[in-house]
Structure formats: structure tokens, C-alpha cells
Write a protein that binds this ligand. Structure first.
Ligand SMILES: Nc1nc2c(c(=O)[nH]1)N[C@H]1C(S)=C(S)[C@@H](COP(=O)(O)O)O[C@H]1N2
Ligand SMILES: [Mo]
Length: 305
């Protein structure tokens, strides 16, 4: 395999840690279109955005991104979310951001979607051994965290998905402890690569991909990228997370993509890129090590898997 130092950046403008991102203005679809006024189940609407830090790899076709999903609130088979997530009402929708901060706030999705948005084309590597390249539209999570003025007690960030078994029919079964929960260390959460996505392929998120907003942490296994978020809390201690509660030996808190640490039941050395025939090598930190490896300096990544 050909390994280049900077494998795949379109903008050659990333400093060592600072990740200064030059943004080329780019307007897609109806410029500046706000989404206020859409009621009930929102249909796909165009978003205005600029281009951000992205891979130059070919994006996975939209049809695959929106029909091959993990979203256990709507069933455990890959085709279930596309079939069942249409029931989810994504308006009205608020996100509570609270905990160790001076200015806790409840944000409305229609307010967040009017933020300055950017497109980030990221690899997504599922712990099951498949991957995609997804053109997200969103904004850095750090902007949301800064808005509530975190205190020094904010050492971790806890995320929660909506709990609504009437629409999320998978929540009627105990396959996981609901609501789905995830967490990050604060330095991971405010890292410039960590995104809140509100869209993909230039339009608002399809429900099966986590509408109306979801987390995207491209150097971690896909299950960290929690969907349909209603609460984000700044906390002092490492929060419980859904897959770790379910199978602690198999799914750790960190879950950084790591070809050198196998899942107890399968190898993590290779992956199947959806749409490709041959498996390809999995990259440490999913290829984002140059920007995130420093976060884990001195840590034993076999123990902290
Ligand atoms: N709330 C919630 N978030 C979730 C999941 C889930 O079951 N519930 N599945 C995770 C897993 S395992 C993966 S691989 C990604 C898949 O995201 P995608 O369907 O948009 O590709 O979502 C993650 N976020
Ligand atoms: Mo996954």
C-alpha cells in the first residue's frame, strides 16, 4: 500500500496541532436558505455551506450512505433504519447543553442550522469492519461547547439520543440500554475535526443518518458518532456509553480506530469500503493520526481500547 505523509487533504493548510482551516466560500443550493417553518417530518432541504477539511477520496454513493445503516432505535438490520426512521418527527427539536458550564442553554435545531456550516468529507469506519466516505455538512462541536462557557470541571462530554419508543420502535426491545449514550474526553470534543453534522450531500440529514443532528468523530469507530442528539452535558467523570455498557470487553470508551488492536471476535486490520470488492488496510486513527495522535501521547492504546 502506498503511504504518503499527507495522504488526502484538499487544502494543504493544516498546521501541526492548531488545524487552521482556510475556507473557500462555496454556496450550494438555495443560498442561505433557512429551514424555519418546516413542520413535522422535515423533508430533505438544501443547506448553505463552505468547504472545510476533507479527504479527496471518492464519496460513497448517497444511496449506499442512506440505505446501509446502524441505528438500533429503528431495528438491528442494515436496511431497517431506512425503512423505519421516516416515523421520527424531527420538528420541533431542541438540544439541551448543560452541566459544568456558566451558561447552560437549550438550542433549537432551526437556530443551529443557521450557523455557519461547512462540508467535511470524512471516512467513517464501523467497528464491524466496513467503511464509507461521507460528505457531511455541519459545524465544529467546539463552537457549541464554547457557547455555554465550560468551567474547569468540564473534563468529559456526555451525549444522549432522543428516547421516544412510539416512533423509535427499536427502543421497545432491550438490545441496548436506552437512550443511546456516548461520551468524549473534553480535548477530543473540542478538537477541530469533531463535527456536529446537520446534513450530508448538501442537504439536511436523512432520518436514518441521525436527523436532525448527530456527532461525527472520524478517527473513532462509528458507534461513537451518536445520532439524533437531544442532550449534551459537560461532566467531571467519564460518562457511561451504550456499547460499553452492553459489552465492556468488546467496546471501550476510547474506541479509536486501531488496526493493531483486534476486536475479541474479529480482526480490525482490514475493512471493506462499501462499493469495493477487495478489503483494504485499516489505518491507525482511521488515517487522522497526524492530527489526533497527540491526544493520546503516553497512553497505552491496547489497554485504553
Ligand atoms: N443513536 C444511535 N447512534 C448511532 C447508532 C445507533 O444505533 N444509535 N449506531 C452507530 C454506529 S454502530 C455507526 S457505524 C454509525 C452509522 O452511521 P450511518 O448510518 O450514518 O453511516 O452510527 C452510530 N450512531
Ligand atoms: Mo458501527
Amino acid at each position: 500500500m502506498l503511504i504518503r505523509h499527507r495522504p488526502d487533504l484538499t487544502d494543504n493548510d493544516v498546521t501541526d496541532r492548531g488545524l487552521y482551516l482556510r475556507r473557500r466560500e462555496f454556496i450550494a443550493g438555495a443560498a442561505g436558505l433557512g429551514l424555519a417553518g418546516l413542520g413535522g417530518v422535515a423533508s430533505a432541504a438544501p443547506l448553505a455551506f463552505t468547504k472545510g477539511f476533507s479527504t479527496t477520496e471518492k464519496p460513497t454513493p448517497k444511496n449506499d450512505i442512506t440505505s446501509y445503516n446502524n441505528f438500533y432505535e429503528f431495528g438491528v438490520d442494515k436496511g431497517d433504519p431506512a425503512q423505519n426512521a421516516g416515523k421520527l418527527k424531527t420538528r420541533p427539536w431542541t438540544v439541551r447543553v448543560d452541566g459544568a458550564c456558566e451558561a447552560p442553554r437549550t438550542f433549537d435545531i432551526d437556530e443551529l442550522i443557521k450557523n455557519k456550516l461547512e462540508e467535511r468529507i470524512y471516512r467513517l469506519r464501523c467497528v464491524e469492519g466496513w467503511s464509507m466516505v461521507i460528505p457531511w455538512v455541519g459545524f465544529p462541536l467546539k463552537d457549541l461547547i464554547a457557547a455555554v462557557k465550560p468551567t474547569s470541571k468540564a473534563r468529559f462530554v456526555a451525549f444522549e439520543t432522543l428516547m421516544r419508543p412510539s416512533e423509535m420502535t427499536g427502543q421497545r426491545w432491550d438490545v441496548l440500554q436506552w437512550p443511546y449514550r456516548e461520551g468524549l474526553r473534553i480535548d477530543e470534543a473540542v478538537h477541530p475535526l469533531t463535527l456536529i453534522a446537520v446534513g450530508l450531500y448538501g442537504e439536511t440529514l436523512p432520518n436514518q443518518n441521525g436527523a436532525p443532528l448527530r456527532l461525527v468523530v472520524p478517527w473513532k469507530y462509528g458507534f461513537k458518532s451518536i445520532k439524533s442528539i437531544t442532550r449534551i452535558s459537560l461532566v467531571e467523570r467519564q460518562p457511561p456509553t451504550a456499547w460499553n455498557l452492553s459489552a465492556p470487553r468488546e467496546y471501550g470508551f476510547y474506541s479509536n480506530v486501531n488496526p493493531a488492536v483486534d476486536h475479541p471476535r474479529w480482526s480490525q486490520a482490514t475493512e471493506r469500503r462499501i462499493g469495493e470488492f477487495r478489503r483494504r488496510d485499516t489505518l491507525a486513527f482511521n488515517g487522522y493520526g497526524e492530527w489526533v495522535a497527540d491526544l493520546y501521547r503516553g497512553m497505552d492504546l491496547k489497554r485504553n481500547f
